[in-house]
Design a protein around this ligand. Structure first.
Ligand code: SAH
Length: 345
């Protein structure tokens, strides 16, 4: 149990167990999540003796920024060291990205150390997988970047390394903390959780009425085509996924965001366009197009013209579609490029 990544209820129990007053919980929650305090010395309404006592305990673990790399477009990628998460574990590394675009300042955060999904086009899948990040290590990516930059993001997206819905509990806990009025109080519509389509977690998300935006990495409109590039489809078939998403849009009265990585020779031909149009008309959605950023397995990035034609075909069909481009490409910080290569310190 740690103070960061804990709910106010959990903090109340923790302070009671320490023989301290219950109101310390709210104070601690504010220091950590509203003021992004770095250490107990900043807890100025705690007595010196209490601060000294807390310092003795492993209650406030921190990520360390090992380096960051800045693109000329304003994007900055941060490399973090995660301290060992169990007695026999090693320190590990993860990345998060600061993205500036269209009046938004977005922090893209990681949910796992590596990823087990192995999507053929994504560089994170080539790394070894070391496990789930605890809630504190998810929110601390945001806080460390805020401290480093002395500025606040307008948006947070769970689109860094890992599959958020394979670490459901910690991800939802982190999102709730970021949304909490006593913390950063970021609006729920400014927090987006992205999944490759882990159906039981989506069902739980619907059932629990989580208020955050839900994004689905669709990437192919056809079951066989999707299976060829995304293993996750084996366990979580496309038709069942779409059924679950329709339930979400109906019960929550919201749109789904589909992310669609444009990969020539895989998912951009006429057949794919037609199938994607049909699919998108069957679910209330908007589509974010992302040009492929990697060259894994000999795949290539679409030309501007190819990307534009694809975009135009969807637009002409009356769909809500955006071509997001690839902020951060020059420093390997764009979608699908997070594979621990941050340079400068
Ligand atoms: N695992 C979750 C969270 C990662 S989000 C998910 O799949 O949604 C990362 C986004 O970047 C996903 O939409 C993914 O489809 C996209 N992506 C992965 N590799 C990419 C690449 N090489 N080029 C462009 N986008 C990529």
């Amino acid at each position: 149990m740690t103070l960061n990544g804990a709910s106010i209820n959990e903090l109340e129990r923790l302070f009671q167990d320490l023989g301290e007053a219950k109101f310390r919980a709210l104070q601690a929650f504010r220091w950590i999540n509203r003021h992004q305090a770095d250490n107990f010395d900043e807890f100025s309404d705690f007595s010196k003796s209490l601060r000294e006592r807390l310092k003795e305990l492993p209650l406030l673990p921190k990520l360390k920024i090992l380096g960051s790399e800045k693109d000329k477009d304003g994007t900055e990628k941060y490399l973090f060291e995660v301290p060992p998460l169990s007695e026999r574990a090693q320190p590990r590394q993860i990345e998060a990205v600061w993205i500036v675009a269209d009046n938004r300042r977005t922090i893209c955060i990681s949910s796992q150390i590596g990823c087990t999904l192995n999507c053929t086009f994504c560089a994170t899948g080539t790394l070894p997988f070391y496990g789930n990040l605890p809630a504190w290590a998810i929110v601390d990516q945001v806080y460390a970047i805020m401290r480093h930059r002395s500025e606040r993001p307008t948006n947070i997206v769970f689109m860094g390394m890992g599959e958020p819905f394979h670490n459901y509990q910690n991800v939802i806990k982190a999102a709730r903390i970021l949304h909490h009025p006593e913390g950063m109080h970021l609006g729920a519509s400014h927090i987006t959780i992205s999944t490759a389509g882990v159906i039981p977690s989506i069902e739980k998300y619907i059932h629990d009425k989580e208020p955050f935006n839900l994004a689905i990495s669709l990437n192919h409109p056809d079951p066989a085509g999707r299976l060829a590039i995304m293993d996750v489809t084996k366990k979580h078939p496309l038709d069942k996924l779409l059924k679950t998403l329709r339930q979400y849009t109906r019960e929550r009265d919201r749109k789904i965001t589909f992310e669609y990585v444009m990969i020539p020779d895989q998912n951009m031909d006429r057949d794919a366009v037609q199938k994607l149009i049909k699919l998108a008309r069957s679910v209330r959605c908007k589509i974010n197009l992302i040009p492929l950023n990697t060259t894994l397995g000999g795949m290539r990035r679409p030309s501007m013209q190819e990307a534009d034609e694809f975009y135009q075909a969807l637009l002409d069909a009356g769909l809500t579609v955006f071509n997001r481009g690839s902020p951060g490409r020059n420093v390997n910080a764009a979608c699908g490029m997070l594979a621990l290569q941050a340079g400068g310190h």
